[in-house]
Design a binder for this molecule. Structure first.
Ligand code: AHR
Length: 515
């Protein structure tokens, strides 16, 4: 054990030995709600990577696995329940090698391709533009198309936009009709490249800025479709990228992206998804919470160029990144998902809600079978909902609700890498029907916490909700035991004399509605 880890463990041992029950207080400022939490903060990302598309979302009409027009029925239904607001596709790194014309027309005529980014898998292009946009329509979510800048051309991207969105008698609209789709789809979000500093072309920000301006010029608004154009943004701590883009592109972009992964580093082992100790768990929470500082610093740069906040920050990739599961295909990024991942999701949302004056979208990586996914599937028709899925479900009451600021007074703990982790994380909002929801995470792995919330003028008499917890932080759902970690009704919240008291078991996540 390193000296630093030992010091953290001793500090923690000293601070927990006093009592097995902690207390925390929350000041809820219900009268200070100003910003709406855009539902797009709860966005998803689907890349041609591993079995995210093929096998996860799509099995094809002839599959023995029950499907609806080729989409896995079980996965589709689970996503419908989740209220997915926006879905980003086809990548990621894949997007900058994707040629959309290979994915239209009769399936038998579509050429195969090599997925160079992700394991060299051969793909048959049976899932293309029509399959993606129809899925979005069926789910009732906004599509977010990530365009190929790295290895494509301006003409190719301009024609894709025309194909998807033109209602007129234009060449691409005619081609779309010949392929069986009469009316244009509505496509709002258009990404102009992805990670252009890396897999998307290894560019310098100055060069990419000019390229963005050129590509964006020819991506037209057809008929009443209005594109929201998103420039490829920085990776976590690269503030120079954001500064140059704000300076050189400015209001020619509607949004600027940002990627932040909870990962221990890009070389060597990232740690196993399911085997970790308490020290690793607290480190993970510390690393995931660091996203707040990263968001703040990118926002401060954006504010200095754009005080009116006309350019949105779009965090279009985030989540945990662990070692691939043993026995799975290298490069497919298939990882399990434990209660620890659930805490990363809840804590991250609590942070996102605070910055929605600038942060208008976030897309977790990824929706099925890749990284911190909502759903895991196998080729025998098995499906598992992950602890992260359940957090998204418990939190979807906050979609498009008014954010209610709150302040928390709780115990803090020093963790590895000179970070400090508060033992309670929380957020609150008021939905369009006037209902107030509070979500809380007791980060403490060992101790129950009694949380009191002074309700002020809120006239509520009871609080009902759900709790997500498990025996161990390392617990996860498998095809054999799909219900190891799942929410249950929560009955330990009481309101008396204008004070809400919530008794939270160790390592638990709760959402309550005030009634
Ligand atoms: O989500 C996996 C990969 O991570 C994406 O393709 C890329 O954009 C990022 O580096």
């Amino acid at each position: 054990m390193s000296k630093k880890i030992l010091a953290c463990s001793l500090l923690w041992a000293a601070s927990t030995s006093l009592s097995a029950q902690q207390s925390a207080t929350i000041n809820l400022n219900a009268d200070q709600g100003k910003t709406i939490i855009p539902k797009e903060i709860y966005g998803q990302f689907a890349e041609h990577l591993g079995t995210c598309i093929y096998g996860g979302l799509w099995v094809g009409e002839n599959s023995a696995i029950p499907n609806t027009n080729g989409y896995r029925t079980d996965v589709f239904n689970a996503l419908k329940d989740l209220k997915v607001p926006v879905l980003r596709w086809p990548g990621g790194c894949f997007a900058d090698e994707y040629h959309w014309m290979d994915g239209i027309g009769p399936k038998a005529n579509r050429p195969k391709m090599v997925n160079n980014n992700w394991g060299g898998t051969i793909e048959d292009n049976s899932f293309g533009t029509h399959e993606f946009l129809n899925l979005c329509e069926m789910l009732g979510c906004e599509p977010y198309i990530s365009g190929n800048v790295g290895s494509g051309s301006v003409e190719e991207l301009a024609k894709w936009v025309e194909y998807m969105t033109s209602e007129g008698d234009s060449p691409m609209a005619r081609l779309r009709r010949a392929n069986g789709r009469d009316h244009a789809w509505k496509v709002k979000y258009l990404g102009v490249g992805n990670e252009s500093w890396g897999c998307g072309g290894n560019m310098r920000p100055e060069f990419y800025s000019d390229l963005y301006r050129r590509y964006a010029t020819y991506c037209r608004n057809y008929d009443d479709n209005r594109l929201f154009k998103i420039a490829s943004g920085a990776s976590d701590y690269d503030y120079t990228w954001t500064r140059v883009l704000m300076e050189q592109v400015g209001s020619q972009m509607n949004g600027l992206s940002l990627h932040y992964y909870t990962v221990s580093g890009w070389t060597g082992s990232k740690g196993a998804a399911t085997q970790f100790n308490k020290d690793d768990y607290y480190w993970t929470i510390g690393k995931c919470r660091e996203i707040e500082d990263v968001i703040k610093r990118h926002c401060a740069i954006m504010d200095s160029y754009d005080p009116q906040k006309q350019v949105a920050l779009m965090l279009d990739e985030w989540g945990t990144w662990w070692d691939e599961e043993p026995g799975t295909i290298r490069g497919h990024l298939y990882q399990q998902n434990t209660l620890r991942d659930a805490f990363v999701a809840s804590t991250t949302f609590d942070i996102f809600h605070k910055y929605t004056d600038r942060l208008k979208m976030a897309n977790i990586a990824q929706i099925v079978n890749v990284l911190q996914s909502m759903i895991l599937t196998n080729d025998k028709g098995g499906m598992v909902l992950t602890p992260t899925y359940y957090v998204f479900k418990m939190y979807n009451v906050h979609q498009d609700a008014t954010y209610l600021p709150l302040s928390i007074n709780c115990k803090e703990m020093p963790v590895r890498d000179n970070r400090t982790v508060p033992m309670l994380s929380a957020t609150a909002s008021k939905d369009q029907a006037g209902k107030i929801h509070i979500s809380l995470s007791n980060i403490d792995a060992d101790n129950e916490q009694t949380v009191t919330v002074a309700l002020g003028d809120i006239k509520a008499t009871k609080a009902v909700g759900e709790i997500l917890t498990a025996k161990n932080l390392t617990d996860y759902n498998t095809f054999e035991q799909p219900d190891m970690v799942k929410p249950a009704a929560f009955t330990n919240a009481k309101i008396a004399k204008g004070v809400l008291t919530i008794k939270m078991p160790a390592k638990s996540i709760v959402t309550v509605e005030l009634q």
